[in-house]
Structure formats: C-alpha cells, structure tokens
Design a protein around this ligand. Structure first.
Ligand code: FAD
Length: 824
C-alpha cells in the first residue's frame, strides 16, 4: 500500500492530507505534528486573546479523532520529525510524550512545517513577559500572563498584520498599547499613503504608535513590568511585550535532508510544489514560489496560498498534473474600524524589479451615499503605462473592502487591464455598491490618464516639487478654512469658469479638491481653455493622510510610569459639557458625497441658535479631525467626539459657551449689522473684512446696502431690463459691480485703484468680489435697500445672486437682535 507522510498538521498539512484521501482511498496517510493540536485556526488567535472569539475550542477546526473517523488519516500529535533520509525514503520521528524515536518509511513525503516568529538576538529577549504568537499554547501563555500579573500596559513590537491585530485585541482586553515599528509605516505591503490612513486610525483609537524606531533591548522595569528600550534610547514600559517581527521558515529539516533552499532559507519548489527531491513536496510558509506579477521568487506566509498549494501538491503526489500559478499576496487586515487590503505588487516591489508603472487613487463609498450606512473607501491601483495591465491594488475603508479587493485580485489573476476595470459589470442595488462601482471609478480614473484626458500629480511629487507648479485649490471656503497648502490659489470649482483670467498661463496648475472629483472637472476646464493643468491624485484627503505627522508625543515616562498613551479605550473623548437645557439638533452626514460632512455642518449651523448643540453622525473617518479643526477656527465648541462601529458622532455647541451666556445679566447676542452706504472700494473692502471675520467667529452678520453702496452688488454684465431715461442714465454713470469701485483717496484717474489691486494680488489678499463670495458662503446676509434701488432705478435682476431685497424694517429688526452696528 502506498504510504503518504505529511509533516505538519495545520493549514497546509491538514489540507493536503484530506485531499490525498479524497483522491486515493487505498493509500495509507500519516500526519506527524509536533504540537498538541492539528488543523487549528491560528488566524483566530489574536481574536481569542481579545475575547471576540470566546470559545477557545472554536479554534480547533478538526481533531485527530475527527480526521481518523472522517478521512481515515493516522494523525500523530506531539510527534516531531527530526530527520529525513531522502535516499532511503525514511524519516526519524521523536514521540515527544514518551521521548522515544522511531523510523517511518514513505513513498511520497509532504513538508508543511510552517514558519516560526522571528526573535531578534537583543539583550533581555528571554525575560518573562516577552512573547511571540504562533500556536494555541502561545496564546494560552499570553492570556495567562495578562491575568496573573494584572497586565495594564503592553508593547507590540512590529506593525505588520499580526502586530496590528494584537494591538487591537490587547486593547479590547483592557490593556493600554504601544506599537513600535522600525520602518516609517505599518503594513509594508501597502504604499505609504495608504498605510498612513491606518496610522490615523490606530492613534485615533488611543494606541501609541512609534514609527521609525526599533527594538534595541528589553530590561526589567524598576517598579514593575518591562522597559522596552528603542534604538533612539527612548523607553516604553509594558507588563507584556509581544514580538510580531515577521517569520522565518521552519526549513532546518529540509536543509539537513539536502533539499535546495532559497536565499532566505525557504524550501525551493517548482510549480507542482515538488522540492529538489522528486518524492518530496513542500507547501506553505516554509516554501518559496513565484510572484504572479513580477515573476520573481517570493515567499508570502499566508493561509490562502498554503491551502491552495496543499491541494496542488496532493494532486501531484498521486500523479495528477496540477500547477500552482504563483502568489499574488492578496491579504486583508482589520485595524479597529478600518480594513486594509492589498493584492499584487506595491510601488516598492515594482520599483525594485525595475518595472514601469503608473498609479491612481480614488476615494468613493462602499455603496451609494443616499442609502443609509455608506462609508468611505479608498482604492489605489498600480498599472502598466503601456496597455494598462493591472499590477497591484490596495484598498482602505470601513465596509466593502473585502469585496473590492477580491474583485481586483480576480482581475489581477486574469491579467486584466485598467480598461477592463471600466467595463466590469458588478452587482448593484442601493444597499450594495453603486451603478458606477468604485472599481469602475478607479478604472475610469486610471484610463483617463492613459488617454491623456488627465495628468496626475501624486502627493509625493507635490510634496517634493510643489514649487514647480501653481496650486489651485477648488474646494469651498469652509473646506479651505480647515486647512490648505501654503501658496495655493483658492478658486472654488463653481467659480472657475468666471475666474480663469486670474490664473497665470505660464504655470502648470495642479488642481486640488478633497478627493479628486472636482479637481478633475476643473482640470478639464483649464485644459480646454488652453492652460496647462493636472490634478492631485487622491486629493487633499490623501495628501493630508500622507503628510500629517503622528500626533503621539514623545513617550517619556512620568513618575507613575505613564508614557503619554491616550485614555480612549471607550473611544470617547468628552471635551466639555453644555448647559443641561441646551437643545440638541441632529444631523446625519453619513455617506455624504464630496465635499463631505463639514459643509453639511456648516450649513446646518447657520440654522440653529447659539447655545444649541448640533449632534453630527458621519461615516467619513476624516471628519474626526475636520470637526476639531473647524470648531477651533469658527468659535464653536466640540463637546465630544466618539466613534462607534465606523461612525463618528460629534457634538458641537454653537457659538459662545452656554455657561458664559447664563452668567451674563442679559443675553449676549451673537450678531453684527453694517450699513454699507459708500460705493468706494476701500470702504467696501473694510466692510467685508469685518463681515468675514465676524462670520468666521460664528457670528451672524447682516450688511444693509443703501445708496452708493448698492453699486458693489451690481452684476458686471446685468441683463437688459426695461428702464426710463433717468434710470438708464444712472445705470451708465454708476460703477457696475465690486470690481469697478474706486478708491476713496489717491484714485488718480483709476491708476491708484489699479495699483491697490496689484498690491493685493501680490500679497495674496482676496479681491473685493472674492471677499464678497466668501461672505456669502459663510452665510453673511446681503440686503439691498428697496428704497435706494427704486430711487436709482436698480432692478433686482441686476444684482448678484443671493442678495435679499429689504426695507428699513428688515434692517432695524436685525440691529435689534445684534450687539453692534457699523456705518460704512
Ligand atoms: P502552519 O499552519 O504553521 O503549520 C505548520 C505546523 O508544522 C506547525 O503546527 C508545526 O508545529 C508543525 N511542524 C513544524 N516542524 C515540524 C516537525 N519537524 N515535525 C512535526 N511537525 C512540525 N494568514 C492569512 O492568510 N490570514 C490571516 O488572517 C492570518 N492570520 C494569522 C494570525 C496569526 C496569529 C498567525 C500566527 C498566522 C496568521 N496567518 C494568517 C498565517 C497563516 O496562519 C499561515 O500562513 C499558515 O498557517 C501557514 O500554513 P503552514 O501549513 O505552512 O504552517
């Protein structure tokens, strides 16, 4: 009877053994496993530590008894293979329970010995409290240690997927966590800016993240616990230290057997999973196969490849000609409320192999924004400049990341191009996806570039070579206020057609909006107007994620051993309390399309009274930072911000704190009024400088335009309206619009006014029309005096959009409510 012997009884080994039985009922199958368990779910270990998986036995996918009963497989746990004599077709096995050793012959041998965690040879590495995680006994030891020492603080060394999963689960178990990573980013399978989105997520959940600093040594702490000493000399304390520094292949047995090994010690196999010995096969973390994109040898320690390799190996062990096509490295990890996934090659890999590539990044939603629960999703694709073949993809989001990466992995397996992504017909109904699925969108964006409909500047290129470009920010005033690039020109996308003349035609303008959608449209307008233009890939969101410094402070220990980690285990930051009686207005800003929730907040805040609380729920992760910045700049107060299952809930107190208002003998009003009587440029400028400033501080501002002041409100090219002779004469004589107003002094036949405008441009001071537009965006009310209009023959159609027509009563009403009134 043919005897198949399998070394290692977990992912690869157990799969191969079951497949062998399905193919050969007449064979003898023996599985030898060094540990106490076979076929366990090591991928579930972090979640069992965190308590997500509560039943430890659920990790035991199968047992020797079940494998015997169902597959007639002879499984021997605690049996270690200590030697392979390939020439004799024999192995030596040590029974770890009895200590005895015996010899077993085989016809075909399969090695699936896996990998072992890398443990760096640094001082203190053997101290009690330092752990690695690979097996169920490892997990048991960690859980026991946490309980026995009452661990409160932990240090995870390594920011790969096991490190991040452990960070989340240790925190879930109630420990404070620091993650230390030698490289400048976590999850090196991702490109930097995609990983940077995880940095924000980790920090926002109260985990201290130390990047660019490695483990140097570990020492016993003075009071208790361990001190982890980093390369920089910095010390971080932990009652538990988890090493998650990657793995090394368990290939010693193969080496001793004389099998060919790769440069990093992996067992070399061909596409049938056969080693350099014709009767020995190998699979899983211990082997090196081929990367399907680069064609180069690679070793990617993941469960999916191990399982598929096992199936191919079993086929070939019984004489079927199955081929393993290579590995794409498709993987996914959950990091708190975000999920990150990748497939194929990343930028580093392609650069290393000298393969030319282009990239594009888009931000979209997992399903249409109008259906409840939509969450943002970011997709980056890497593709060949010639023909557009897809080379790699990365996805970060809250929901739908798994589906998206799987579509892209399938596209990669089939060697599809970004043109094919445009055409993929994917399932859509409002709860799922969109008629233009994010995968289609990234295909559109990438092919726009191949067709030269768009030129793309990446965040790196802008960060390094920004001075080579003109930067045109096309976001709204509220978004611009939250943050913008120094030196950028701000023209909201809705105004660009009228204001093209403001752009220097000798420059290449990089258009920036929040996610790229508006920037692309503006880029098209500019290019069709004969200007040189490009867009920032991934927009402001990607730029900000990639260039924002970590917020974690230097973790010097205080007397109590505290090191600056945030107390946000409940994911709630309570910042202040409103008066108990404050009314609460709710705003659901989940799934809002660009420009996102901050505009919705801005607009809703105009409608509520000072002292009321706006409770906003948003699914955009960037809202956490935006909300804080916006409140700081607008004089509103962020009372609390919390995240729950991918949703951010912010409570914002409008205007002045209620406590202050309550303590005042009379209510403090929050509005200002101005009479704009003058039709002179400098006076109108002064009025709008004050109006914008007051509005930015959360005040309600009303400007009442009367007599010559009305000129500022006229359209430069008003429509033809019926007028009598006197009205027509007034119309000819008076300046038409803000741009035609003159200085009250030093006008010098118009020369002084032009000089003033030139000085304002050179100092990047907004022109009067720009200031007026900003004021309107901020909700400043512009009221034209009805009586003055009648007298001067000015018709409502001649005024710029958004101006109200009102009488003295309207104005007096506003002054009554206000606490200051100016006459200009
Ligand atoms: P293993 O499953 O490790 O099995 C090897 C077995 O061989 C071991 O049990 C070992 O005891 C035994 N062995 C070794 N030498 C001998 C010997 N001489 N004699 C007898 N027995 C021997 N992958 C994913 O794709 N997704 C995930 O989410 C994921 N999460 C993970 C989380 C953790 C904590 C860990 C540790 C791994 C995770 N992985 C994940 C990786 C995945 O588990 C491995 O890629 C997969 O288990 C590899 O299978 P394998 O058969 O090569 O090795």
């Amino acid at each position: 009877m043919t005897r198949y012997v399998v070394v290692g009884g977990v992912a690869g080994g157990a799969t191969a053994a079951a497949r062998l039985r399905r193919l050969r009922e007449d064979a003898e199958i023996v599985v030898l496993e060094r540990g106490p368990y076979v076929s366990f779910a090591n991928c579930g270990l972090p979640y069992c530590i965190g308590g997500v998986i509560q039943d430890r036995d659920a990790l035991l996918v199968s047992t020797p008894e079940k494998l015997k009963a169902e597959f007639d497989i002879d499984v021997r746990t605690r049996h270690e293979v200590v030697a392979v004599r390939a020439g004799d077709h024999e192995i030596d096995v040590r029974d770890l329970t009895s200590g005895s050793t015996y010899t077993l012959s085989y016809d075909k041998l399969l090695l699936s010995p896996g990998a072992k965690p890398f443990v760096p040879p640094v001082p203190g590495i053997d101290l009690e409290g330092v752990f690695t995680l690979r097996t169920i006994p490892d997990m048991d030891r960690i859980k026991q240690h946490i309980d026995e020492v009452g661990a409160q603080e932990s240090v995870v060394v390594g920011g790969g997927f096991i490190g991040l999963e452990m960070a989340e689960n240790l925190q879930r178990r109630g420990l404070r966590v620091t993650v230390v990573e030698l490289l400048p980013q976590v999850m090196t399978a991702l490109d930097y800016e995609m990983a940077a989105m995880l940095h924000a997520e980790v920090e926002d959940h109260g985990v201290q993240l130390i990047l660019g600093d490695g483990l140097a040594s570990i020492a016993q702490g003075e009071a208790r616990g361990l001190d982890v000493i980093l390369g920089s000399g910095r010390r971080v304390r932990g009652d538990l230290v988890l090493l998650a520094l990657g793995v090394r292949p368990e290939s010693e047995l193969a080496r001793l057997a004389g099998l060919a090994l790769g440069p990093r010690g992996h067992i070399v196999v061909d596409s049938s999973m056969r080693t350099s010995d014709p009767d020995i096969y190998a699979v899983g973390d211990a082997v090196q196969t081929y990367h399907r994109v680069t064609g180069q040898p690679c070793a990617i320690p993941l469960a999916g490849p191990a399982n598929r390799q096992a199936r191919v190996a079993a086929d070939n062990m019984v004489g079927r000609g199955s081929v393993y096509p290579g590995t794409l490295g498709t993987s996914i990890v959950q990091v708190f409320e975000r999920t990150a996934a990748c497939t194929g090659a990343n930028s580093d890999m392609l650069t290393r192999e000298g393969l030319p590539f282009l990239t594009h990044t888009i931000h979209s939603h997992d399903h249409v924004g109008y259906y409840p629960g939509a969450t943002p999703i970011t997709i980056k694709v890497l593709y060949a400049p010639e023909g557009g073949r897809l080379l790699g993809a990365q996805v970060v989001g809250t929901n739908g990341v798994d589906r998206t990466i799987d579509v892209l992995a399938t596209a990669l397996s089939s060697e599809l191009s970004v043109h094919d992504l445009e055409e993929l017909e994917l399932a859509y109904a409002p709860p799922f996806g969109a008629a233009k699925d994010p995968v289609n969108l990234v295909g559109f964006a990438a092919t726009n570039r191949l067709r030269d409909d768009s030129q793309v500047v990446t965040w790196e290129s802008l960060a390094k070579n920004g001075d080579q470009y003109g930067i045109l920010d096309v976001r709204s005033a509220a978004e611009w206020e939250i943050g913008h690039l120094e030196g950028a020109v701000h023209i909201p996308n809705t105004e660009i057609r009228q204001r093209l003349g403001e752009l220097d035609a000798s420059k290449t303008w990089v258009c920036i909006c929040r996610i790229g959608r508006r920037a692309y449209v503006v880029e098209r307008i500019l290019r069709q107007a004969g200007l040189k233009a490009a867009m920032l890939a991934g927009g402001w969101d990607t730029y900000l994620a990639a260039t924002s410094p970590l917020s974690t402070k230097e973790g010097t220990m205080d007397a109590d051993g505290g090191d600056g980690r945030q107390e946000t285990l409940a994911q709630t930051v309570a910042l202040a309390e409103p008066a108990a009686a404050a009314s609460v207005v709710e705003l659901d800003a989940c799934g809002l399309q660009c420009p996102g929730p901050i505009m919705a907040v801005y607009q809703r805040m105009q409608t509520i009274e000072a002292g009321a609380v706006l409770q906003v729920t948003a699914s955009d992760p960037g809202f956490r930072r935006d909300a804080a910045a916006w409140c700081e700049r607008t004089g509103n107060r962020l009372l609390s911000i919390e995240s729950d299952d991918g949703r951010i809930v912010a409570r914002i107190l409008k205007g002045a704190p209620t406590q202050v208002a309550a303590a005042s003998p009379t209510p403090v009003s929050n509005s200002k009024t101005m009479v704009v009587f003058s039709g002179e440029m400098d006076k109108a400028l002064a009025a709008f400088v004050i109006a914008n400033g007051a509005a930015a501080m959360g005040q309600q501002v009303t400007l009442f335009f009367t007599f010559w002041g009305l000129n500022a409100l006229r359209k430069p090219q008003g429509p033809r309206v019926p007028k009598n002779l006197v009205e027509r004469m007034f119309g000819w004589m008076l300046p038409k619009g803000a741009n035609r107003l003159k200085l009250s002094q030093l006008n010098m036949g118009g020369l002084g006014t032009q000089m003033m405008k030139a000085v304002m441009r050179s100092k990047r001071i907004d022109s009067l029309p720009e200031m007026m537009a900003k004021a309107q965006e901020q909700g400043v009310r512009l009221i034209a005096c009805q009586m003055s209009m009648d007298m001067m023959g000015i018709k409502p159609e001649e005024l710029i959009d958004g101006v109200e027509i009102g009488g003295v009563a309207t104005f007096i009403n506003e002054t009554d409510r206000g606490n200051a009134s100016l006459f200009i």
